[in-house]
Design a protein. Sequence first.
Length: 605
Amino acid sequence: MTVSRIVAGGVWFGLCLLAAADCAAGTSNSLLDISADGQLLACSNRDAGTVTLIQLPDLKKLREVPVGATPEGVTFLGDSHQVAVAVYGDDQIVLLDADTGETLHTIPVFDEPYGLVSSPDGRRLYATLDYPGQVVTIDVATAAVVAQHNAGSFLRGLALAGEPPRLYVTEYYTATVIALAPETGQILDRWPAASTDNLARQLIPHPRRPKLYVPHIRSRVTAVHGEGSIFPYLSVIDTRADQERRRTRIPMDAFLGNRVTANPWEVAVSADGRKLAIVFSGTNDMFVCDVVDDDYREVTYRGYVTLGHNPRAVRFSPDGLKLYVYNALDFELVAYDAESLRAAGKVAVCENPLGGQVLQGKRLFYSALPPMVGRRWISCSSCHPDGQPDGRTWHNPEGLRNTQSLAGLLDTHPIHWSADRDEVQDFEHTIRGPLMQGRGLIPGRVNESLAEPNAGRSAEADALAAYTNSHKFALSPHGKQGLSAEAARGRELFFSRETACASCHSGKLYTDSAPGPADKLVRHDVGTGQDDPTEKMGPAFDTPSLLGVYRTAPYLHHGRAATLEDVLTTCNPDDRHGKTSHLNPGQIADLVEFLKALPYAGDKP
Ligand code: HEC
Ligand code: HEC
């Protein structure tokens, strides 16, 4: 730990001298970071594709710098005014000079950089790559990736803490926490979670205690109703190797009587280690807690604050006096007095880049409040965060249903595995149903899903549809350079008359399904709907688009195929889903390589 990082705040200074080795607050992934001298705040704006630099403590917007599509983690480098940002959508890490706004370097990485931290001396940057499940090390002086380690699957949260320093990462879809040696990438320890734990996108270390805090949800797929299926948690990880109680899960829906909160997004810990704040992006609120040094309760209630739309980030100032919250769908940063929890100023970080209608729809999609939801547990985004699937198969009333990606939705109507809906406005049935128990958006009676349109009946329902339909396909990282030799051979097989894949997965979207009157919708029985006694709509299903399947395991409507290979082999025993039994293992592998490359450069719709 460098001295310069320590002198950032008086209180911090004192405590760090007591235990300098563990003082690592600030070295954890977030959409906000504050420079070590406490003068600058950097805020990453996912929708605008920019990073905004704010002068503290007066909250003056200094500049907004374009960095590329959907930036996520942002961090200052050591005690400098250089900022790095993980540009998730463009697969690059951008280094900026915060004082001038100048772009210093653009460093390409394989795919989906998410979390980003700097070493205390500012010489190294570490990033988690989400889909690839890797941690990359960047040498700042040469702006080069110097190491790349496979560490798990779908890695998001990232922190650097302890002495000797360790990297801690979270797996997004399992909430497992993994410790790695920064230099070698060697896996040193793992803290598995319950099988229901999900969407762990961040973690933050305590500056002195051997603890990590992880916000996440729990997806209980067997109970598809408002108060039984999705729960908010704060997990506390004990990083000591010899502890019996390695992981404590604190329910955030019961933390303050019956005040249910939904979709915890980020946690902050003050530099003196005494306070913790957690923001909820579904109920638009925040708990501020006292950290208890008892290895048992861990945190106790201190205060509750109502926030703006879709809070996604929270940080304490280095001196611990202020708390900053980023309300992502107000495009606003709000400061609070960390003691009284009173608002102490705000600043707009960017213009609304979405337009009025999509913004309205996005706020509804993320909301776990009325009129969307009756009981505050769930929002559309709990299962479709940023349009991506939650990686789960839900036990729906119509049968087992794997959550679909919303990428390319506008072009892939009809909707659902069974093509039982033809417009997003039909999700009024979901909103009013047992899952969400909301009042709803459409006045009066709702039309049956495949009957008269529900579009045009409510500005809010139309806005929800406009946002839900706005998700685009992204190029596969396996197809950025076009097709490999293996994938090109797989393409031949895919389009061969023998396999017949393209007879159903046809056209630019690799599907023969198209909008139309209810009695003309195409569905195929490919032998996948036979053995589920709960199935009410099969055995014929809508042909799914294959664009983007590289990152949406598990597969098929029931999620029983863990890999693409399983779709073609164990899940296709009788050749009813294309003909695959004549293919040798090498040919199956080639076919899988082709599927993984979709959509590839030159073939993107
Ligand atoms: C409990 C998790 C959960 C919640 C909450 C949820 N969904 Fe879904 N969503 C699913 C599952 C599972 C499927 C697949 C269902 C099926 O095909 O029958 C799905 C499918 C979809 C699809 C179809 C995508 C396609 O390619 O056909 C859309 C659109 C969608 N959901 C939108 C929404 C909206 C809008 C909301 C909020 C009103 C919402 N979802 C709430 C789990 C959820
Ligand atoms: C008769 C039409 C038909 C043919 C031929 C066909 N498919 Fe499919 N495919 C479907 C349907 C319908 C589904 C959805 C089935 C389900 O979910 O149970 C599907 C699902 C898939 C999925 C899973 C997608 C996901 O998101 O889970 C993959 C991958 C796939 N098909 C690849 C192929 C390949 C490769 C071939 C050729 C060997 C092929 N299909 C042949 C109709 C077809």
